[in-house]
Design a protein around this ligand. Structure first.
Ligand SMILES: Cc1ncc(C[n+]2csc(CCOP(=O)(O)OP(=O)(O)O)c2C)c(N)n1
Ligand SMILES: [Mg+2]
Length: 599
Protein backbone atom coordinates (compact mmCIF):
# COMPACT_ATOMS: atom_id res chain seq x y z
CA UNK A 1 0.00 0.00 0.00
CA UNK A 2 1.28 3.45 -0.80
CA UNK A 3 2.50 5.42 2.16
CA UNK A 4 2.56 9.19 2.51
CA UNK A 5 6.12 10.35 2.00
CA UNK A 6 8.01 13.06 3.82
CA UNK A 7 8.80 16.26 1.93
CA UNK A 8 12.22 15.40 0.65
CA UNK A 9 11.71 14.48 -2.96
CA UNK A 10 14.18 15.38 -5.58
CA UNK A 11 12.42 14.25 -8.72
CA UNK A 12 9.73 15.88 -10.78
CA UNK A 13 6.45 14.12 -11.44
CA UNK A 14 6.66 11.25 -13.94
CA UNK A 15 6.26 12.31 -17.52
CA UNK A 16 6.77 15.93 -16.73
CA UNK A 17 9.38 17.73 -18.75
CA UNK A 18 12.23 18.88 -16.56
CA UNK A 19 12.02 22.58 -15.99
CA UNK A 20 14.13 24.61 -13.60
CA UNK A 21 12.00 25.55 -10.59
CA UNK A 22 11.90 29.29 -10.37
CA UNK A 23 10.07 31.47 -7.95
CA UNK A 24 7.49 33.39 -9.92
CA UNK A 25 6.35 36.93 -9.39
CA UNK A 26 2.73 37.29 -10.44
CA UNK A 27 1.01 40.46 -11.55
CA UNK A 28 -0.58 40.70 -8.15
CA UNK A 29 2.83 40.51 -6.55
CA UNK A 30 4.08 43.40 -8.54
CA UNK A 31 1.13 45.46 -7.49
CA UNK A 32 1.14 44.61 -3.87
CA UNK A 33 4.79 43.97 -2.93
CA UNK A 34 3.92 41.70 -0.05
CA UNK A 35 6.37 42.09 2.84
CA UNK A 36 7.14 45.70 2.05
CA UNK A 37 4.03 47.42 3.33
CA UNK A 38 4.40 49.49 6.48
CA UNK A 39 3.35 47.45 9.47
CA UNK A 40 3.54 44.17 7.60
CA UNK A 41 5.33 41.20 9.01
CA UNK A 42 8.88 40.77 7.72
CA UNK A 43 9.10 38.36 4.83
CA UNK A 44 10.44 34.94 5.85
CA UNK A 45 14.12 34.39 5.14
CA UNK A 46 13.49 32.07 2.20
CA UNK A 47 11.26 34.61 0.49
CA UNK A 48 12.84 36.90 -2.04
CA UNK A 49 11.62 40.47 -2.07
CA UNK A 50 8.49 40.76 -4.18
CA UNK A 51 7.67 37.05 -4.06
CA UNK A 52 4.01 36.38 -3.51
CA UNK A 53 4.25 32.63 -3.65
CA UNK A 54 6.31 32.03 -0.54
CA UNK A 55 8.26 28.89 -0.86
CA UNK A 56 10.00 26.54 1.51
CA UNK A 57 11.36 24.55 -1.35
CA UNK A 58 14.99 24.03 -2.01
CA UNK A 59 16.50 23.58 -5.44
CA UNK A 60 15.35 20.35 -7.14
CA UNK A 61 12.61 19.48 -4.65
CA UNK A 62 9.22 18.36 -5.91
CA UNK A 63 6.63 21.04 -5.29
CA UNK A 64 2.90 20.82 -4.80
CA UNK A 65 2.70 22.23 -8.34
CA UNK A 66 4.84 19.39 -9.72
CA UNK A 67 2.95 16.70 -7.79
CA UNK A 68 -0.43 18.07 -8.86
CA UNK A 69 0.44 18.29 -12.55
CA UNK A 70 1.81 14.76 -12.32
CA UNK A 71 -1.48 13.61 -10.83
CA UNK A 72 -3.61 15.46 -13.40
CA UNK A 73 -1.56 13.88 -16.15
CA UNK A 74 -2.10 10.41 -14.77
CA UNK A 75 -5.82 11.06 -14.39
CA UNK A 76 -6.00 12.26 -17.99
CA UNK A 77 -7.10 15.72 -16.88
CA UNK A 78 -4.88 17.63 -19.28
CA UNK A 79 -7.56 19.97 -20.63
CA UNK A 80 -8.28 22.79 -18.21
CA UNK A 81 -11.35 24.99 -18.69
CA UNK A 82 -10.88 28.28 -16.96
CA UNK A 83 -10.89 31.97 -16.59
CA UNK A 84 -7.96 33.16 -14.60
CA UNK A 85 -6.94 35.80 -12.11
CA UNK A 86 -4.15 36.55 -9.68
CA UNK A 87 -5.12 33.66 -7.43
CA UNK A 88 -4.80 31.09 -10.24
CA UNK A 89 -1.59 32.28 -11.88
CA UNK A 90 0.72 30.36 -9.51
CA UNK A 91 -1.12 27.18 -10.56
CA UNK A 92 -0.88 28.05 -14.25
CA UNK A 93 2.75 29.20 -14.27
CA UNK A 94 5.13 27.52 -16.71
CA UNK A 95 2.06 25.95 -18.27
CA UNK A 96 3.20 22.54 -19.57
CA UNK A 97 3.03 21.97 -23.29
CA UNK A 98 1.10 18.71 -22.94
CA UNK A 99 -1.76 20.53 -21.21
CA UNK A 100 -4.35 22.68 -22.92
CA UNK A 101 -6.00 25.69 -21.33
CA UNK A 102 -9.45 26.44 -22.76
CA UNK A 103 -10.27 30.04 -22.01
CA UNK A 104 -13.85 31.11 -21.45
CA UNK A 105 -14.45 34.83 -21.17
CA UNK A 106 -16.97 34.42 -18.37
CA UNK A 107 -17.29 31.56 -15.91
CA UNK A 108 -20.81 30.55 -16.94
CA UNK A 109 -19.26 29.59 -20.28
CA UNK A 110 -16.23 27.99 -18.64
CA UNK A 111 -18.30 25.59 -16.53
CA UNK A 112 -20.77 24.64 -19.29
CA UNK A 113 -18.01 24.13 -21.86
CA UNK A 114 -16.41 21.72 -19.41
CA UNK A 115 -19.78 20.04 -18.85
CA UNK A 116 -20.30 19.50 -22.59
CA UNK A 117 -16.72 18.28 -22.97
CA UNK A 118 -17.10 15.83 -20.09
CA UNK A 119 -20.37 14.44 -21.41
CA UNK A 120 -19.02 14.09 -24.94
CA UNK A 121 -15.81 12.37 -23.83
CA UNK A 122 -17.47 10.32 -21.07
CA UNK A 123 -14.75 11.44 -18.69
CA UNK A 124 -14.47 13.88 -15.81
CA UNK A 125 -13.32 17.36 -16.80
CA UNK A 126 -11.19 19.89 -14.96
CA UNK A 127 -12.25 23.47 -14.30
CA UNK A 128 -10.23 26.29 -12.77
CA UNK A 129 -12.15 29.32 -11.49
CA UNK A 130 -11.13 32.63 -10.01
CA UNK A 131 -11.80 32.40 -6.26
CA UNK A 132 -15.26 33.58 -5.04
CA UNK A 133 -15.75 35.93 -7.98
CA UNK A 134 -15.38 33.29 -10.67
CA UNK A 135 -17.27 30.72 -8.65
CA UNK A 136 -20.17 33.14 -8.32
CA UNK A 137 -20.32 33.69 -12.06
CA UNK A 138 -20.12 29.98 -12.72
CA UNK A 139 -22.73 29.06 -10.13
CA UNK A 140 -25.76 28.64 -12.41
CA UNK A 141 -23.92 26.17 -14.58
CA UNK A 142 -22.40 24.43 -11.55
CA UNK A 143 -26.00 23.91 -10.45
CA UNK A 144 -26.81 22.57 -13.91
CA UNK A 145 -23.77 20.25 -13.87
CA UNK A 146 -25.02 18.90 -10.54
CA UNK A 147 -28.44 18.17 -12.02
CA UNK A 148 -26.88 16.80 -15.21
CA UNK A 149 -24.73 14.54 -13.02
CA UNK A 150 -21.60 15.66 -14.83
CA UNK A 151 -18.35 14.88 -13.03
CA UNK A 152 -16.52 18.22 -12.96
CA UNK A 153 -13.45 18.70 -10.81
CA UNK A 154 -13.67 22.40 -10.09
CA UNK A 155 -10.62 24.02 -8.59
CA UNK A 156 -10.64 27.64 -7.52
CA UNK A 157 -7.82 29.89 -6.48
CA UNK A 158 -7.81 31.37 -3.01
CA UNK A 159 -5.92 34.26 -1.46
CA UNK A 160 -2.57 33.70 0.25
CA UNK A 161 -2.91 31.59 3.42
CA UNK A 162 -0.97 34.08 5.49
CA UNK A 163 -3.45 36.85 4.70
CA UNK A 164 -6.77 35.01 4.65
CA UNK A 165 -7.53 35.88 8.25
CA UNK A 166 -7.69 39.59 7.42
CA UNK A 167 -9.71 38.95 4.23
CA UNK A 168 -7.75 40.71 1.52
CA UNK A 169 -9.16 41.59 -1.90
CA UNK A 170 -10.71 38.57 -3.64
CA UNK A 171 -10.68 36.29 -0.61
CA UNK A 172 -13.07 33.39 -1.02
CA UNK A 173 -14.69 33.83 2.39
CA UNK A 174 -16.12 30.57 3.81
CA UNK A 175 -14.81 29.03 0.63
CA UNK A 176 -16.67 25.75 0.87
CA UNK A 177 -20.05 27.40 1.47
CA UNK A 178 -20.51 29.29 -1.79
CA UNK A 179 -20.77 26.32 -4.17
CA UNK A 180 -23.06 24.34 -1.88
CA UNK A 181 -25.49 22.65 -2.23
CA UNK A 182 -24.62 22.21 -5.90
CA UNK A 183 -21.40 20.28 -5.46
CA UNK A 184 -20.97 16.81 -4.01
CA UNK A 185 -17.97 17.89 -1.98
CA UNK A 186 -16.28 21.19 -1.25
CA UNK A 187 -12.94 21.42 0.47
CA UNK A 188 -9.92 23.60 1.07
CA UNK A 189 -6.86 21.59 2.10
CA UNK A 190 -5.57 22.37 5.58
CA UNK A 191 -1.97 21.99 4.37
CA UNK A 192 -0.44 22.79 1.01
CA UNK A 193 0.86 19.21 0.88
CA UNK A 194 -2.72 17.93 0.83
CA UNK A 195 -3.59 19.64 -2.47
CA UNK A 196 -2.84 16.68 -4.78
CA UNK A 197 -4.57 14.17 -2.50
CA UNK A 198 -7.56 16.50 -2.19
CA UNK A 199 -7.82 16.64 -5.98
CA UNK A 200 -7.58 12.84 -6.07
CA UNK A 201 -10.36 12.59 -3.51
CA UNK A 202 -12.40 15.13 -5.46
CA UNK A 203 -11.96 13.05 -8.61
CA UNK A 204 -13.06 9.87 -6.82
CA UNK A 205 -16.16 11.58 -5.44
CA UNK A 206 -17.05 13.25 -8.74
CA UNK A 207 -16.90 10.02 -10.69
CA UNK A 208 -18.86 7.69 -8.41
CA UNK A 209 -22.62 7.52 -8.81
CA UNK A 210 -24.39 9.77 -8.73
CA UNK A 211 -21.57 11.58 -10.51
CA UNK A 212 -21.40 15.35 -10.24
CA UNK A 213 -19.27 18.42 -9.65
CA UNK A 214 -16.86 18.81 -6.74
CA UNK A 215 -14.96 21.88 -5.58
CA UNK A 216 -11.44 22.36 -4.23
CA UNK A 217 -10.27 25.80 -3.11
CA UNK A 218 -6.50 26.21 -3.24
CA UNK A 219 -4.57 29.10 -1.66
CA UNK A 220 -2.24 30.63 -4.20
CA UNK A 221 0.87 30.17 -2.09
CA UNK A 222 0.41 26.38 -1.90
CA UNK A 223 1.84 25.69 -5.32
CA UNK A 224 5.50 26.36 -4.55
CA UNK A 225 5.49 24.46 -1.28
CA UNK A 226 7.42 21.19 -1.08
CA UNK A 227 5.24 18.18 -1.86
CA UNK A 228 4.88 14.94 0.05
CA UNK A 229 6.02 13.17 -3.10
CA UNK A 230 4.02 11.82 -6.00
CA UNK A 231 0.29 11.79 -5.43
CA UNK A 232 -1.33 8.43 -4.90
CA UNK A 233 -3.53 7.59 -7.89
CA UNK A 234 -6.60 5.55 -7.06
CA UNK A 235 -9.36 4.06 -9.16
CA UNK A 236 -13.03 3.91 -8.21
CA UNK A 237 -16.12 2.49 -9.87
CA UNK A 238 -18.50 4.58 -11.90
CA UNK A 239 -21.47 2.21 -11.75
CA UNK A 240 -23.04 -0.25 -9.36
CA UNK A 241 -25.37 -3.17 -9.95
CA UNK A 242 -28.90 -3.33 -8.56
CA UNK A 243 -29.65 -5.62 -5.65
CA UNK A 244 -30.24 -9.04 -7.32
CA UNK A 245 -33.13 -9.97 -5.04
CA UNK A 246 -34.97 -6.71 -5.58
CA UNK A 247 -34.49 -6.68 -9.34
CA UNK A 248 -35.96 -10.22 -9.43
CA UNK A 249 -39.04 -8.88 -7.66
CA UNK A 250 -39.25 -6.02 -10.15
CA UNK A 251 -38.89 -8.48 -13.03
CA UNK A 252 -41.72 -10.57 -11.61
CA UNK A 253 -44.01 -7.55 -11.52
CA UNK A 254 -42.98 -6.68 -15.08
CA UNK A 255 -43.73 -10.24 -16.24
CA UNK A 256 -47.16 -10.10 -14.65
CA UNK A 257 -48.05 -6.69 -16.07
CA UNK A 258 -50.78 -6.65 -18.74
CA UNK A 259 -50.03 -3.31 -20.34
CA UNK A 260 -46.70 -1.83 -19.23
CA UNK A 261 -45.23 1.49 -20.38
CA UNK A 262 -41.54 2.32 -20.36
CA UNK A 263 -40.21 5.74 -19.44
CA UNK A 264 -36.58 6.14 -20.40
CA UNK A 265 -34.40 8.79 -18.82
CA UNK A 266 -30.99 10.36 -19.40
CA UNK A 267 -29.08 7.78 -17.38
CA UNK A 268 -29.66 5.23 -20.13
CA UNK A 269 -27.66 7.21 -22.69
CA UNK A 270 -25.14 8.31 -20.05
CA UNK A 271 -24.40 4.77 -18.95
CA UNK A 272 -24.02 3.45 -22.50
CA UNK A 273 -27.26 1.47 -22.29
CA UNK A 274 -28.86 2.64 -25.56
CA UNK A 275 -28.75 -0.80 -27.22
CA UNK A 276 -29.83 -2.59 -24.05
CA UNK A 277 -32.75 -0.16 -23.77
CA UNK A 278 -33.88 -0.92 -27.32
CA UNK A 279 -33.54 -4.66 -26.77
CA UNK A 280 -35.55 -4.59 -23.55
CA UNK A 281 -38.29 -2.42 -25.08
CA UNK A 282 -38.59 -4.70 -28.10
CA UNK A 283 -38.69 -7.75 -25.88
CA UNK A 284 -41.37 -6.20 -23.69
CA UNK A 285 -43.23 -4.81 -26.70
CA UNK A 286 -44.20 -1.78 -24.69
CA UNK A 287 -44.45 1.84 -25.75
CA UNK A 288 -41.45 3.98 -24.78
CA UNK A 289 -41.76 7.56 -23.53
CA UNK A 290 -38.92 9.99 -23.01
CA UNK A 291 -38.87 11.17 -19.38
CA UNK A 292 -40.11 14.76 -19.04
CA UNK A 293 -37.42 17.40 -19.56
CA UNK A 294 -34.80 14.71 -20.08
CA UNK A 295 -31.34 16.12 -20.62
CA UNK A 296 -30.29 13.27 -22.92
CA UNK A 297 -32.24 11.22 -25.45
CA UNK A 298 -32.14 7.54 -24.65
CA UNK A 299 -34.15 5.74 -27.31
CA UNK A 300 -34.29 5.97 -31.13
CA UNK A 301 -37.05 8.47 -31.73
CA UNK A 302 -38.04 7.07 -35.15
CA UNK A 303 -38.64 3.66 -33.58
CA UNK A 304 -42.28 2.52 -33.95
CA UNK A 305 -42.53 2.05 -30.18
CA UNK A 306 -41.46 5.63 -29.41
CA UNK A 307 -44.20 7.87 -28.05
CA UNK A 308 -42.39 11.19 -27.48
CA UNK A 309 -41.66 13.06 -24.29
CA UNK A 310 -44.09 12.80 -21.40
CA UNK A 311 -45.89 16.04 -20.41
CA UNK A 312 -44.09 18.26 -17.93
CA UNK A 313 -46.92 18.59 -15.38
CA UNK A 314 -48.55 16.20 -12.92
CA UNK A 315 -52.11 15.99 -14.26
CA UNK A 316 -51.33 15.81 -17.99
CA UNK A 317 -48.52 13.31 -17.40
CA UNK A 318 -50.76 10.82 -15.64
CA UNK A 319 -53.45 11.32 -18.29
CA UNK A 320 -50.89 10.50 -20.98
CA UNK A 321 -50.16 7.21 -19.25
CA UNK A 322 -53.83 6.29 -18.92
CA UNK A 323 -54.54 2.61 -19.54
CA UNK A 324 -51.15 1.29 -18.43
CA UNK A 325 -51.07 -0.88 -15.34
CA UNK A 326 -47.32 -0.63 -14.79
CA UNK A 327 -45.04 2.33 -15.48
CA UNK A 328 -41.39 1.34 -15.59
CA UNK A 329 -39.10 4.34 -15.24
CA UNK A 330 -35.45 3.70 -15.95
CA UNK A 331 -32.71 6.27 -15.33
CA UNK A 332 -34.86 9.27 -14.48
CA UNK A 333 -36.49 11.11 -11.60
CA UNK A 334 -40.21 10.45 -10.97
CA UNK A 335 -40.82 12.96 -12.48
CA UNK A 336 -39.18 16.21 -13.54
CA UNK A 337 -42.23 18.48 -13.54
CA UNK A 338 -42.26 22.19 -14.43
CA UNK A 339 -45.55 24.12 -14.13
CA UNK A 340 -48.02 22.97 -11.51
CA UNK A 341 -51.08 21.41 -13.07
CA UNK A 342 -52.93 19.42 -10.47
CA UNK A 343 -53.94 15.83 -10.94
CA UNK A 344 -53.10 12.33 -9.89
CA UNK A 345 -49.47 11.28 -10.02
CA UNK A 346 -50.44 8.07 -11.77
CA UNK A 347 -53.47 6.96 -13.73
CA UNK A 348 -56.01 4.91 -11.78
CA UNK A 349 -54.91 1.33 -11.25
CA UNK A 350 -51.30 1.90 -12.30
CA UNK A 351 -48.21 1.04 -10.30
CA UNK A 352 -44.75 2.45 -10.86
CA UNK A 353 -41.27 0.98 -10.71
CA UNK A 354 -38.23 3.24 -10.80
CA UNK A 355 -34.64 2.15 -11.42
CA UNK A 356 -32.22 5.00 -10.86
CA UNK A 357 -28.62 5.48 -9.76
CA UNK A 358 -29.15 8.44 -7.44
CA UNK A 359 -30.59 7.78 -3.95
CA UNK A 360 -31.82 11.39 -3.92
CA UNK A 361 -33.92 10.74 -7.04
CA UNK A 362 -35.22 7.52 -5.48
CA UNK A 363 -36.06 9.42 -2.30
CA UNK A 364 -37.79 12.29 -4.09
CA UNK A 365 -40.18 10.13 -6.12
CA UNK A 366 -43.74 10.96 -5.15
CA UNK A 367 -45.03 7.50 -6.00
CA UNK A 368 -43.82 4.02 -6.81
CA UNK A 369 -41.12 1.61 -5.69
CA UNK A 370 -37.48 2.33 -6.36
CA UNK A 371 -34.39 0.29 -6.96
CA UNK A 372 -30.90 1.75 -6.98
CA UNK A 373 -28.56 0.75 -9.74
CA UNK A 374 -26.86 1.56 -12.98
CA UNK A 375 -29.22 1.73 -15.96
CA UNK A 376 -27.08 -0.48 -18.19
CA UNK A 377 -26.58 -3.21 -15.61
CA UNK A 378 -30.26 -3.07 -14.68
CA UNK A 379 -31.43 -3.32 -18.30
CA UNK A 380 -29.07 -6.22 -18.98
CA UNK A 381 -30.52 -8.05 -15.97
CA UNK A 382 -34.10 -7.30 -16.99
CA UNK A 383 -33.44 -8.63 -20.49
CA UNK A 384 -32.61 -11.95 -18.82
CA UNK A 385 -35.25 -11.86 -16.11
CA UNK A 386 -38.26 -10.66 -18.13
CA UNK A 387 -38.23 -12.63 -21.38
CA UNK A 388 -40.53 -11.91 -24.30
CA UNK A 389 -44.21 -12.22 -23.58
CA UNK A 390 -45.48 -13.98 -26.69
CA UNK A 391 -49.09 -13.12 -25.91
CA UNK A 392 -48.45 -9.40 -26.28
CA UNK A 393 -48.41 -7.68 -29.67
CA UNK A 394 -46.19 -4.65 -30.38
CA UNK A 395 -47.93 -1.29 -29.95
CA UNK A 396 -49.07 0.40 -33.14
CA UNK A 397 -46.63 3.03 -34.39
CA UNK A 398 -47.66 6.56 -33.53
CA UNK A 399 -47.69 9.15 -36.28
CA UNK A 400 -46.08 12.36 -35.07
CA UNK A 401 -47.70 15.53 -36.35
CA UNK A 402 -45.26 17.05 -38.83
CA UNK A 403 -47.72 18.78 -41.14
CA UNK A 404 -46.55 22.12 -42.51
CA UNK A 405 -48.64 24.87 -44.16
CA UNK A 406 -48.42 25.69 -47.82
CA UNK A 407 -47.56 28.39 -48.72
CA UNK A 408 -45.23 28.86 -45.78
CA UNK A 409 -45.82 31.48 -43.08
CA UNK A 410 -44.01 34.80 -43.29
CA UNK A 411 -42.13 34.97 -41.01
CA UNK A 412 -41.73 31.24 -40.73
CA UNK A 413 -42.82 29.39 -37.62
CA UNK A 414 -40.08 27.60 -35.68
CA UNK A 415 -41.28 24.23 -36.93
CA UNK A 416 -41.09 25.39 -40.56
CA UNK A 417 -37.55 26.63 -39.95
CA UNK A 418 -36.50 23.39 -38.22
CA UNK A 419 -38.08 21.34 -41.00
CA UNK A 420 -36.05 23.25 -43.60
CA UNK A 421 -32.85 22.65 -41.65
CA UNK A 422 -33.63 18.97 -41.21
CA UNK A 423 -33.58 18.49 -44.99
CA UNK A 424 -29.80 18.96 -44.81
CA UNK A 425 -29.32 17.20 -41.52
CA UNK A 426 -26.08 15.23 -41.39
CA UNK A 427 -26.81 11.78 -40.01
CA UNK A 428 -24.09 12.02 -37.40
CA UNK A 429 -24.98 15.51 -36.15
CA UNK A 430 -25.09 16.12 -32.40
CA UNK A 431 -27.97 18.30 -31.22
CA UNK A 432 -27.93 20.66 -28.25
CA UNK A 433 -31.32 22.04 -27.28
CA UNK A 434 -31.95 25.16 -25.23
CA UNK A 435 -34.74 26.66 -27.23
CA UNK A 436 -37.41 27.05 -24.51
CA UNK A 437 -40.79 27.46 -26.22
CA UNK A 438 -39.55 25.59 -29.32
CA UNK A 439 -37.76 22.72 -27.58
CA UNK A 440 -40.36 20.10 -28.46
CA UNK A 441 -40.39 21.19 -32.10
CA UNK A 442 -36.63 20.61 -32.21
CA UNK A 443 -37.23 17.07 -30.96
CA UNK A 444 -40.05 16.51 -33.43
CA UNK A 445 -38.16 17.74 -36.49
CA UNK A 446 -34.72 16.53 -35.44
CA UNK A 447 -35.53 13.18 -33.83
CA UNK A 448 -32.53 11.55 -32.19
CA UNK A 449 -31.71 8.21 -33.76
CA UNK A 450 -28.38 7.22 -32.25
CA UNK A 451 -26.70 7.35 -28.84
CA UNK A 452 -24.74 10.34 -27.51
CA UNK A 453 -26.47 12.66 -29.95
CA UNK A 454 -28.83 14.86 -27.94
CA UNK A 455 -27.90 17.10 -25.03
CA UNK A 456 -29.97 19.50 -22.99
CA UNK A 457 -29.91 20.82 -19.41
CA UNK A 458 -31.48 19.09 -16.43
CA UNK A 459 -31.85 22.27 -14.40
CA UNK A 460 -33.76 24.88 -16.41
CA UNK A 461 -30.98 27.43 -15.81
CA UNK A 462 -30.49 29.25 -19.09
CA UNK A 463 -26.99 29.83 -20.42
CA UNK A 464 -25.85 26.23 -20.50
CA UNK A 465 -26.66 25.13 -24.05
CA UNK A 466 -24.46 27.40 -26.16
CA UNK A 467 -21.23 26.87 -24.19
CA UNK A 468 -22.00 23.18 -23.71
CA UNK A 469 -22.21 22.91 -27.51
CA UNK A 470 -18.77 24.50 -27.71
CA UNK A 471 -17.41 21.94 -25.23
CA UNK A 472 -18.97 19.09 -27.20
CA UNK A 473 -17.50 20.44 -30.45
CA UNK A 474 -14.10 20.73 -28.78
CA UNK A 475 -14.39 17.09 -27.69
CA UNK A 476 -15.13 16.15 -31.30
CA UNK A 477 -12.08 18.03 -32.49
CA UNK A 478 -9.80 16.51 -29.87
CA UNK A 479 -11.02 12.95 -30.30
CA UNK A 480 -11.24 13.13 -34.09
CA UNK A 481 -14.98 12.44 -33.92
CA UNK A 482 -15.82 14.87 -36.75
CA UNK A 483 -19.49 15.04 -35.79
CA UNK A 484 -20.94 18.51 -36.40
CA UNK A 485 -22.72 20.08 -33.43
CA UNK A 486 -26.00 21.86 -34.10
CA UNK A 487 -27.17 23.95 -31.15
CA UNK A 488 -30.73 25.27 -31.08
CA UNK A 489 -30.59 28.23 -28.70
CA UNK A 490 -33.40 30.74 -28.03
CA UNK A 491 -32.62 34.39 -28.72
CA UNK A 492 -33.07 35.09 -25.01
CA UNK A 493 -31.11 32.02 -23.89
CA UNK A 494 -28.11 32.90 -26.05
CA UNK A 495 -27.48 36.12 -24.13
CA UNK A 496 -26.63 34.40 -20.83
CA UNK A 497 -23.31 32.94 -22.01
CA UNK A 498 -22.85 34.61 -25.39
CA UNK A 499 -19.10 34.99 -24.89
CA UNK A 500 -18.72 31.26 -25.55
CA UNK A 501 -18.88 32.25 -29.23
CA UNK A 502 -15.38 33.66 -28.81
CA UNK A 503 -14.03 30.29 -27.55
CA UNK A 504 -15.69 28.52 -30.49
CA UNK A 505 -14.27 31.00 -32.99
CA UNK A 506 -10.75 30.96 -31.55
CA UNK A 507 -10.63 27.20 -31.86
CA UNK A 508 -12.41 27.03 -35.21
CA UNK A 509 -14.94 24.54 -33.90
CA UNK A 510 -17.57 22.87 -36.03
CA UNK A 511 -20.57 24.17 -34.19
CA UNK A 512 -23.63 25.77 -35.75
CA UNK A 513 -25.90 27.85 -33.54
CA UNK A 514 -29.48 28.04 -34.77
CA UNK A 515 -31.23 30.97 -33.13
CA UNK A 516 -35.02 31.11 -33.55
CA UNK A 517 -35.38 34.89 -33.32
CA UNK A 518 -38.82 35.73 -31.95
CA UNK A 519 -37.64 38.83 -30.06
CA UNK A 520 -39.35 37.65 -26.91
CA UNK A 521 -39.31 35.38 -23.92
CA UNK A 522 -42.06 33.34 -25.55
CA UNK A 523 -42.19 30.59 -23.00
CA UNK A 524 -42.74 33.13 -20.22
CA UNK A 525 -45.74 34.46 -22.14
CA UNK A 526 -47.03 30.87 -22.16
CA UNK A 527 -46.45 30.75 -18.42
CA UNK A 528 -48.27 34.05 -17.98
CA UNK A 529 -51.30 32.60 -19.73
CA UNK A 530 -51.22 29.39 -17.68
CA UNK A 531 -50.71 31.12 -14.34
CA UNK A 532 -53.01 34.03 -15.14
CA UNK A 533 -50.41 36.72 -14.50
CA UNK A 534 -51.17 39.47 -17.05
CA UNK A 535 -49.01 42.55 -17.66
CA UNK A 536 -45.68 41.12 -16.56
CA UNK A 537 -43.04 43.61 -17.81
CA UNK A 538 -40.24 42.95 -20.27
CA UNK A 539 -41.30 39.76 -21.99
CA UNK A 540 -40.32 41.28 -25.36
CA UNK A 541 -36.70 41.51 -26.45
CA UNK A 542 -36.49 44.08 -29.23
CA UNK A 543 -33.25 45.53 -30.54
CA UNK A 544 -30.87 42.59 -30.31
CA UNK A 545 -28.50 42.41 -33.29
CA UNK A 546 -27.41 38.82 -32.87
CA UNK A 547 -25.68 38.59 -36.25
CA UNK A 548 -23.41 41.52 -35.37
CA UNK A 549 -22.77 40.08 -31.91
CA UNK A 550 -21.78 36.76 -33.48
CA UNK A 551 -19.41 38.50 -35.84
CA UNK A 552 -18.01 40.55 -32.99
CA UNK A 553 -16.92 37.36 -31.26
CA UNK A 554 -15.33 36.02 -34.46
CA UNK A 555 -18.07 33.69 -35.69
CA UNK A 556 -19.76 33.77 -39.07
CA UNK A 557 -23.19 35.30 -38.57
CA UNK A 558 -26.07 35.18 -41.01
CA UNK A 559 -29.69 36.27 -41.03
CA UNK A 560 -31.96 33.91 -42.98
CA UNK A 561 -35.63 34.54 -43.61
CA UNK A 562 -36.82 31.97 -46.11
CA UNK A 563 -36.51 28.23 -46.46
CA UNK A 564 -34.08 28.71 -49.35
CA UNK A 565 -31.88 31.11 -47.37
CA UNK A 566 -31.93 28.81 -44.34
CA UNK A 567 -30.78 25.84 -46.37
CA UNK A 568 -28.10 27.84 -48.15
CA UNK A 569 -26.71 29.18 -44.87
CA UNK A 570 -26.86 25.80 -43.15
CA UNK A 571 -25.13 24.08 -46.08
CA UNK A 572 -22.34 26.67 -46.00
CA UNK A 573 -22.03 26.37 -42.20
CA UNK A 574 -21.69 22.59 -42.45
CA UNK A 575 -18.70 22.91 -44.72
CA UNK A 576 -17.18 25.95 -42.97
CA UNK A 577 -13.98 25.75 -41.01
CA UNK A 578 -15.35 27.34 -37.86
CA UNK A 579 -18.55 28.27 -36.05
CA UNK A 580 -21.61 29.91 -37.60
CA UNK A 581 -24.58 31.59 -35.97
CA UNK A 582 -27.72 31.34 -38.09
CA UNK A 583 -30.43 33.73 -36.95
CA UNK A 584 -33.93 32.91 -38.18
CA UNK A 585 -36.75 35.41 -37.56
CA UNK A 586 -39.74 33.35 -36.46
CA UNK A 587 -43.37 34.16 -35.90
CA UNK A 588 -44.87 34.69 -32.48
CA UNK A 589 -47.29 31.85 -31.78
CA UNK A 590 -49.92 31.62 -29.10
CA UNK A 591 -49.49 28.11 -27.84
CA UNK A 592 -50.35 26.51 -24.51
CA UNK A 593 -47.36 25.79 -22.27
CA UNK A 594 -48.66 22.26 -21.75
CA UNK A 595 -50.82 20.97 -24.60
CA UNK A 596 -54.08 19.49 -23.31
CA UNK A 597 -54.33 15.71 -23.19
CA UNK A 598 -57.68 14.29 -24.17
CA UNK A 599 -59.33 12.03 -21.57
C1 LIG B 1 -30.59 31.81 -15.69
C2 LIG B 1 -32.04 31.94 -15.95
N1 LIG B 1 -32.63 33.15 -15.87
C3 LIG B 1 -33.93 33.28 -16.14
C4 LIG B 1 -34.70 32.19 -16.47
C5 LIG B 1 -36.20 32.33 -16.72
N2 LIG B 1 -36.54 32.00 -18.10
C6 LIG B 1 -37.06 30.80 -18.43
S1 LIG B 1 -37.41 30.68 -20.02
C7 LIG B 1 -36.93 32.26 -20.33
C8 LIG B 1 -37.07 32.86 -21.69
C9 LIG B 1 -36.33 32.13 -22.76
O1 LIG B 1 -36.43 32.91 -23.92
P1 LIG B 1 -35.83 32.44 -25.29
O2 LIG B 1 -34.53 31.78 -25.07
O3 LIG B 1 -35.86 33.59 -26.22
O4 LIG B 1 -36.81 31.30 -25.76
P2 LIG B 1 -38.36 31.44 -26.19
O5 LIG B 1 -39.15 31.29 -24.93
O6 LIG B 1 -38.54 32.76 -26.81
O7 LIG B 1 -38.58 30.29 -27.10
C10 LIG B 1 -36.47 32.86 -19.17
C11 LIG B 1 -35.94 34.24 -19.10
C12 LIG B 1 -34.06 30.94 -16.50
N3 LIG B 1 -34.72 29.82 -16.77
N4 LIG B 1 -32.74 30.85 -16.27
MG1 LIG C 1 -37.14 34.10 -27.66
Amino acid sequence: MAKAKKAKNEKTAPGRSEKPITTEVSEAGRDRSVGKQPGSRPAPAHQREGDVTRSNQTEGQMTVHDATYGLLRRLGLTTIFGNLGSTEQPFLKNFPSDFEYVLGLQEASVVAMADGFSQATNKPALVNLHTAAGTGNGMCNIMTAYQNKTPLIITAGQQTREMILCEPYLTNRDETTLPRPWVKWAYQPVRAQDVPAAIMRAYAIALQPPSGPVYVSIPLDDWDQPADGDAVVRTVSSRYAPDPERISLFAERIRKSKNPALVYGPEIDRSGAWEAGVKFAEQLQAPVFLAPLADRASFPEMHPQFRGMLPIAIGPLSKRLHGHDLIIVIGAPVFRYYPYIAGDYLPAGAELLQIVSDPADAGAAAVGDSLLGDAKLALESLIQLAPKNKARTPPAPSRGDKKLPSPPNDPLTAREAFAALSELRPENAIVVNESASNAEDVMRFWPTVQPESYFSFASGGLGWGAPAAVGIALAQKKTGGRRPVVAFIGDGALQYSIQCLYSAAQRKLKVIFIVPWNEEYAVLKEFAALENTPNVPCLDLPGLDIVSAAKGFGCAGVLTKTKVEIKEAFGAALSADGPTVIVIPIAHEDRPLVPPISD
